[in-house]
Design a binder for this molecule. Sequence first.
Ligand code: UD1
Length: 440
Amino acid sequence: MDAFIIKGGRSLKGTVRVHGSKNASLPLMAAALLTDSPLTLHDVPDLSDIRNMTRLLGTLGCEIDLKDSDPGRPVTIHATDPSQTAAPYDIVKTMRAGICVLGPLLTKRGKARVSMPGGCAIGDRPVDLHLRGLRALGAEITLDAGDIVATAPGKDHRLIGAHVFLGGPSGSTVLGTANVLSAAVLAKGQTIIESAACEPEIEDLADLLTKMGARIQGAGSPRLIIDGVDELSGADHRVIPDRIEAGTYVAAAAITRSRITLENFPTDALGAAIDRFSAVGVQVTPAGNGEPFDRHRGSVTIRTADTLKPIQVFTQPHPGFPTDIQAQLMSLLCLADGNSTITEKIFPDRFLHVAELLRMGADLTRNGPSVVVSGVRELIGAPVMASDLRASAGLVLAGLAAKGTTTINRVYHLDRGYERMELTLQALGADIQRVKQDSV
Ligand code: UD1
C-alpha cells in the first residue's frame, strides 16, 4: 500500500487538464452490454475503479481494446459472448458501481445475477430503488446467497415499459436512474421515470444511449420518457469532464492561495459549487483570450482573496452542492475567518475526514448531519488516514496548506478517483511524494 508525504505551505502555479469523468464512465462502459456492436469511449480516466469495471465486463463476455498511447485513450468494448450473466462478488465488492451492469444485462440478456454491493465507509448505501424500478418494468427479483437474481418476464424475456417513481428519502438515486434508464431503452413500450436523477453523468448516459439509437426525452430533468426500441447499435462517444476532480483542484488552488488554470473545466455542471466557492472568496473565471467560452469544456482561471469568508452549505442532489466535494470544501473552510456550517443531506455519516482534520489542528464540532467549522489560523501537518475517496482528497488539500509534513496513509482510496494526483500536484509545484507504506 502507498502513502503520500506532503510538505505543506507551497503555492501552486500552472495548468491542469481535467480528466474525463469516472462516475460518467462507469455506466457508459456498462452500456456496451446493450449492443452486439462495438462501443468506443474517449477520455475514460485511468483509475482503479475503471480497471475493475473493465475486469467485470471481461467476465461478462466483452472484448476490450484500450489504446493507451493514443490521445484520449480510446477504449472499445465489444460484447461478443452473451451467455455470461453473472457479476461475481470478488469484483463487485471492490466497487459499488458494479451494480450498474444489472439493468443492461437484464434487458439485453433476459437475466442477471449480480452480487449485492455491501455498505461502505460513507454509509449503508441500499439498492432498494434500483430493484423497485426494475420490478416495475416486470423483472422478477430474488436474493440468493448475497446475489441479486433477476429475470425478465414472459417467453421472450423482455422487460415491459411502465411508470416508475425513483425518489427516496434523500432524493433520487444516480446509479439507480442509470440502471432503470439503461433497462428501459430496450423494454417493450414506453417507460416514464419520475424523480429521475438530474446529474450531468445521467445526461451523458442518455446522450450515449441516444447515439446508439435509443429514444429518450427529458435527459437532465427529473422526468425521463423512454420509448423502447428492439435493438441498439454501437457508437463513438467522448466522456464529459470530471466535475468532482475539477472542484477538487479549485479547492487546491484556493487553500494554497494560488492562481492556476484548469482546462476541460465543466462550468455548467458545477454551478452550485462555483457559487459557494465564490461566497468564500474564490473566483472561477474564463481564461480565454476573448473567444466564446465553452461552458462544458472551457479553460478557467482560479484566484482567491487574501481572507476566506465563512459560509453555510448543504449538500444536495444536482443541481445542488455535490456531496462528493463536501470534504474538500471543509478543509478549505478550516482556514476561513469565522464559523461555517456544512450540512450533509445525502450521506449523513459522510464525515470520516472530521476526526483526521482535528488531528491537524482544525476546530470542528459535529452535530448529527452538520459540522460547524470554526476557522483556525493554520493547520499543522500530521499522519492521517481516511477510508473513503473524497475524504482522502480533503486531507490532501489540508496537507498542501498545513505547516510541516502530512502523511496520507492508504492512498489506494484516492487512486480510485484521481488519476495520478501526486504527479498533477507536483507539476503545479507542490511538494508531494508517493512512498511505499512500509517505508513510512
Ligand atoms: C453516486 C456517485 C457517488 C455520489 C452519489 C451521490 C457513482 C459511481 N457514484 O453514487 O460518487 O456520492 O451518487 O451524488 O456515480 N439510496 C436509497 N436507495 C437506493 C439508492 C440510493 O435510499 O436504492 C439513497 C442513498 O443512501 C443516498 C441517496 O439515495 O442517501 C443517493 O444515493 P445514490 O444517488 O444512489 O448514490 P450512488 O448512485 O450510489
